[in-house]
Design a protein around this ligand. Structure first.
Ligand SMILES: Nc1nc2c(c(=O)[nH]1)N[C@H]1C(S)=C(S)[C@@H](COP(=O)(O)OP(=O)(O)OC[C@H]3O[C@@H](n4cnc5c(N)ncnc54)[C@H](O)[C@@H]3O)O[C@H]1N2
Ligand code: MOO
Length: 455
């Protein structure tokens, strides 16, 4: 056995034990495990009382639907804003893109060659017509003039003869070497659109191509749905921002990971703040935040310094999702902190935080940003994956030859699997067999490309 095999075996054993523990924690048919109950009841449970949160943890599909619904209510009150075309990439049109001009806006030569009038041969004029020039002089029958691609067609031109399809005789007269159809290689004004035509409907995601179209159609600015403003609060005294882990301290993996990921989901990340484990700092930060969405990391469980639940209680927030039947990440939560402001509590374990991103943050941000839900799709599994007995599992996979290949190193504290993944596979309770089709959630950069996502 190689060192790598031994390491892999350890990981699989750890995973198997976690699942077995969950099974052992409750009797057959019981909806929640002991582990789950202790975390999802969390600080809301009275000390000394057995928390009964099996009822609170929300099924995974429902948690996503709740996040989307919450955002829909808030999205209705948001006012469109105007941004320059240069800054519109990744935003969503708040009004239809209507052509401000005919396209092309004048009859245009589609080729380099000659504009000709009537049948050949033609007498070629001395001057020529280049792109960007003012209206050229009218041609008379039997006349031709050199013309460049993109140049304005002189009035009374009947077609454009490509430079490779013309021959000049010793008297300087131009002859066609091919048949020339009437109107050939002329792009008539308005061929693509007339002024006032709708080019893109409201709600279109502004891609690089849409930016080009907007500019071509005469736009300097476009009306868009503003990006939801997100503040990230990273909790934990154990986190280092540089150097090697030491003396029980570890590197903060979420501070570097979340901002670009949230931007890929359509957010404007207005701040990332590290608050340690100070309950009052968290309270003040939440109280003062003007963000549309606050995302916290860590502190969602029931440990001595897990301050998220107590803080939400202190500010009188409404818990919409208090734990989700998903692994990893089951202590994740969604709360309404005030009118038009939500808070997603991501668990501290890094892959659990990713699970929370997909479950609660993605539907919320997507809806606030006005983006359409991605089309659901499924692929068959290349290998059997074990499941949680009662909860959904999200596991990192790569996509190879139309199959989803489960990645190892998918423990809640590990990013090694997700860092090479294309998608998360949604494993139903009980697991999935080889060949079974599973729903896939694409990682934003796997489909859109890293530059498109994060600029
Ligand atoms: N008694 C119980 N304990 C725990 C339960 C449970 O049900 N009962 N659930 C476990 C699960 S599952 C998760 S997930 C975590 C959730 O914990 P918190 O959200 O309270 O997160 P922390 O305790 O603050 O941290 C957990 C873990 O993650 C590390 N961490 C935190 N932040 C970061 C970061 N920014 N970068 C990298 N790593 C981070 C932290 O050091 C801990 O190791 O609770 C379990 N406990
Ligand atoms: O639910 Mo936790 O570590 O398994 O995220």
């Amino acid at each position: 056995m190689t060192a790598q095999d031994a390491e892999q075996l350890d990981v699989d054993v750890e995973e198997a034990l976690a699942v077995a523990n969950d099974r052992g924690g409750r009797g057959p048919g019981e909806p929640g495990s002991a582990r789950e109950a202790s975390s999802t009841g969390g600080p809301h449970a009275q000390p000394g009382k057995k928390p009964d949160d099996a009822h609170q943890a929300t099924p995974w599909p429902e948690a996503r639907a709740i996040a989307e619904r919450a955002a829909r209510g808030m999205a209705r009150g948001r006012t469109p804003t105007s941004v320059s075309v240069d800054n519109a990439l990744g935003l969503v049109l708040a009004a239809p893109l209507t052509a401000l001009t005919d396209l092309p806006s004048f009859d245009t030569s589609a080729m380099d060659g000659w504009a000709v009038a009537g049948p050949g041969p033609w007498v070629v004029r001395e001057d020529g017509v280049l792109a960007g020039h003012a209206e050229p002089a009218r041609l008379t029958d039997g006349e031709a003039v050199r013309i460049a691609t993109g140049a304005r067609i002189p009035p009374d031109t009947t077609s454009v003869l490509r430079s490779e399809h013309g021959r000049t005789d010793d008297k300087g007269r131009l002859h066609p070497t091919r048949d020339l159809a009437h109107g050939q290689d002329i792009r008539p004004r308005g061929q693509e659109c007339r002024r006032g035509d709708q080019l893109l409907p409201l709600g279109t995601l502004i891609t690089p191509a849409a930016l080009g179209l907007a500019a071509a159609a005469g736009y300097d600015t476009v009306s868009v749905i503003p990006r939801p403003r997100v503040e990230v609060l990273v909790l934990g005294d154990e986190l280092l921002t540089e150097g090697l882990p030491r003396e029980g301290l570890i590197r903060d993996a979420l501070g570097p990971m979340l901002p670009s990921w949230l931007r890929a989901l359509g957010a404007d990340v207005i701040a990332v703040r590290r608050l340690g484990d100070k309950a009052d700092a968290l309270y003040q930060a939440v109280k003062k935040s003007s963000a549309d969405l606050i995302v916290t990391t860590g502190g969602t469980a029931a440990g001595p310094v897990d301050h998220v639940h107590p803080t939400l209680r202190r500010i009188g927030a409404e818990l919409l999702v208090n734990g989700v039947k998903v692994r990893p990440g089951h202590p994740m939560l969604l709360a309404r902190t005030k009118e038009n402001q939500y808070l997603v509590g991501l668990p501290g374990n890094p892959l659990a935080a990713v699970s929370g991103l997909f479950t609660l943050t993605e539907p919320l941000l997507r809806t606030l940003a006005g983006r359409a839900a991605p089309e659901p799709y499924a692929l068959p599994l290349r290998e059997t994956v074990h499941g949680h007995p009662y909860d959904t599992r999200l596991i990192p996979v790569t996509l190879r030859a139309d199959r989803a290949v489960p990645l190892h190193y998918n423990g809640p504290a590990m990013l090694r699997g997700i860092a090479t993944a294309d998608a998360l596979a949604v494993v139903p309770p009980g697991g999935a067999r080889q060949g079974q089709e599973l729903e896939l959630l694409d990682l934003p950069w796997a489909t859109a490309g890293i530059q498109v996502c994060f600029t």
